[in-house]
Design a protein around this ligand. Structure first.
Ligand code: NAP
Length: 292
């Protein structure tokens, strides 16, 4: 398959480039320095020039707190941006793969969220991603929309890296224990994306690593697996760390539809974490990997 990955320098996009190449696809990548997805004309021209079988959009405005003070900029990328891509692809009969987030839900459900649960985002980022979902699915029925959560990977800022960096300057951490979700290794997600894409699937899928955990227990596991035995962690309520964007308390996504459709599940989150940590030292040593 000929695949155009937009946002190929980001955390997920960079792993998608590798995964698709390894799977034998012809892959081209564009990022903001070559294509700004907020321009409808630029999207039309880029899709026309690449002439792909599928466009996979990993470009997004991902600064969740930053979105609160830049609603317009955030919607331009996360909503209008994917709308522009969808339009360019619909006109040429091209498949679109796009990503959304657990933050489209309000977190009040006491069980894992399924694909057709009602959405009610608590923050501007979630609102913009939900509007992007709507624009995509209204524009084309040739779309695969994957909601995922709590991503970490080789590139960019993520929770695992932040916790490990903090251990260089402190031996005690306070971490919130009243938000629960599914940590997801970007590399594992790319395998699921390739499977769904090659299988010709359409519609909404929730894809995360298996199992769920609070940020506090996630932090404890990171420290334990990284051998940082001298660092202690205390559980604290969300109110101790007021942030511009409100987060859902429960954002666990159910992987049942993915299992029923593909016969597969992603591995448990702590197994993925162990593999990621075993690679972290070489990621850190490779200057090409540290984009941010
Ligand atoms: N990270 C998470 O925890 C998480 C959780 C759930 C869902 N998701 C979703 O997963 C997808 C991938 O996220 P990620 O964490 O890999 O994102 P990321 O690392 O922030 O990468 C996004 C890429 O898109 C680029 N970009 C930003 N604005 C653009 C524009 N106008 N035109 C073209 N490119 C643009 C960014 O460039 P700059 O870096 O220069 O801005 C960056 O290279 C997104 O749809 C995100 O909403 C992420």
């Amino acid at each position: 398959m000929n695949i155009l990955v937009i946002g190929h320098k980001g955390m997920l996009g960079s792993d998608l480039m590798i995964r698709f190449t390894m799977a034998g696809h012809d892959v081209t990548g564009l990022d903001i320095d070559e294509l700004d997805i907020t321009s409808r004309e630029a999207c039309r021209d880029a899709v026309r020039d690449a002439g792909p079988d599928a466009v996979v959009n990993a470009a997004a405005y991902t600064n969740v707190d930053g979105c609160e003070s830049d609603r317009e900029g955030c919607f331009a990328v996360n909503a209008q941006g994917i709308g522009n891509i969808a339009l360019a692809c619909r006109d040429r009969g091209i498949r679109v793969v796009h990503f959304s987030t657990d933050y489209v839900f309000d977190g009040r459900k006491s069980a894992p969220y399924v694909e057709d649960d009602p959405c009610a985002p608590l923050n501007v980022y979630g609102e913009s991603k939900l509007e992007g979902e709507r624009l995509l699915l209204e524009t084309t029925d040739n779309a695969l929309l994957i909601r995922t959560s709590w991503l970490y990977g080789r590139r960019g800022k993520n929770f695992v890296r932040t916790i490990l960096e903090k251990t260089a300057v402190t031996d005690h951490l306070d971490v919130v224990d009243d938000q629960v979700g599914c940590p997801t290794y970007s590399w594992d997600l790319t395998g699921a994306v390739n499977l769904l894409l090659e299988g010709g699937h359409r519609g909404i899928f929730h894809v995360t690593n298996r199992g769920s955990v609070s940020w506090y227990d996630f932090a404890r596991k990171i420290l334990e697996m990284a051998g940082k035995t001298g660092v202690s962690v205390s559980p604290v309520p969300t109110e101790r760390f007021p942030r511009p964007a409100v987060r859902p308390r429960n954002s666990v996504l159910s992987g049942r539809k993915f299992l029923e459709t593909t016969g597969k599940t992603l591995r448990f989150w702590h197994l993925a974490l162990a593999e990621y940590l075993s690679h972290t030292a070489c990621y850190a040593a490779d200057p090409k990997v540290a984009k941010h």
